[in-house]
Write a protein that binds this ligand. Structure first.
Ligand SMILES: NC(=O)c1ccc[n+]([C@@H]2O[C@H](COP(=O)([O-])OP(=O)(O)OC[C@H]3O[C@@H](n4cnc5c(N)ncnc54)[C@H](OP(=O)(O)O)[C@@H]3O)[C@@H](O)[C@H]2O)c1
Length: 250
């Protein structure tokens, strides 16, 4: 048994940039056949396919069941089946406590939580057709300890943690493991407003890391690969914290 993912057929949502793209690169390097979705970043998706030969880029909105149906069926047609799903696509936007309108609230809940239910409705039957498999959802430290000014995001990511634990019990009898990864700050486009706009703010955030540096997307790829691999074959319902120790200090 090893970390080799040879022949494993994996679908990653939001794989065109950031953590998703880093996961696509590593999973493919470990031998998996990887499909990934993007929302509007077609150029980035095509560039990643050129970089990772054999990867399959598919446009698909994590909010929409009809997109899930089309994407899952394209993956099954191209790869002959689906063994693992990584629900990674996400949206981080502020929702102040005194809400001024519901558009952002809806957008954040739709992408980060409700859409996962719609994708699972298509993914789970596919995993069962393959004889079992694995689901991995990307949560956040925000879902564990809350995030001031980002209540909807934190609530959605806390919901993801509860969803992981619920599905792990529900799907275990079908040989489907369900786990989560909870990153803290990761230096991607999503965190750019905090990490890239103001050097002083970046330094303040970096100072909270016992390891002395802010993780990059590549730091998340290994934990994702581990949880999808046979090394984690008895791990289900778990949330793996990949936060550089910041929660210990916060
Ligand atoms: N970065 C952090 O500090 C951090 C911390 C904790 C948790 N996380 C979580 O980690 C995950 C990945 O974050 P990231 O930092 O890599 O984000 P990112 O750099 O903003 O990339 C987001 C990815 O998701 C895709 N996407 C966005 N909305 C989508 C939708 N409705 N349907 C399909 N794809 C969609 C984007 O596609 P396009 O390129 O087409 O726009 C892109 O590929 C998210 O769930 C996020 O909440 C991130």
């Amino acid at each position: 048994m090893d970390m080799n993912l040879a022949g494993r057929r994996i679908l990653v949502t939001g794989g065109s940039r950031g953590i998703g793209a880093a996961a696509v690169r590593l999973l493919a390097a470990l031998g998996a056949r990887v499909a990934f979705t993007y929302l509007s970043g077609r150029d980035a998706a095509e560039a990643l396919v050129r970089e990772v030969p054999g990867a399959l880029a598919l446009q698909g909105d994590q909010r929409l069941r009809e997109d899930a149906r089309r994407v899952v069926s394209e993956v099954e047609r191209a790869f002959g089946g689906l063994d693992a799903f990584v629900g990674n696509a996400g949206l981080w936007q502020p929702t102040p406590a005194v809400l001024e309108g519901e558009e952002v609230l809806e957008a954040v809940l739709e992408v980060n939580l409700r859409g996962l239910f719609r994708w699972h409705a298509e993914v789970i039957p596919a995993l069962r057709r393959a004889g079992g498999g694995s689901i991995l959802l990307i949560s956040s430290t925000a879902g564990q300890r809350g995030e001031a000014g980002y209540g909807a995001y934190a609530a959605a990511k806390g919901g993801v943690i509860s969803l992981v634990k619920s599905l792990a019990v529900e799907l275990g009898p079908w040989g489907i493991r369900v786990n989560g990864v909870a990153p803290g700050w990761v230096d991607t486009d999503m965190a750019a407003p905090a990490l890239r706009a103001d050097p002083a703010e970046r330094a303040r955030i970096a100072a909270a890391f016992p390891l002395g540096r802010i993780p990059g997307p590549g730091d998340l790829a290994g934990p994702v690969a581990f949880l999808l691999s046979d090394w984690a074959q008895a791990v289900t319902g778990e949330i793996l914290n990949v936060n550089g120790g910041t929660v210990l200090c916060g």
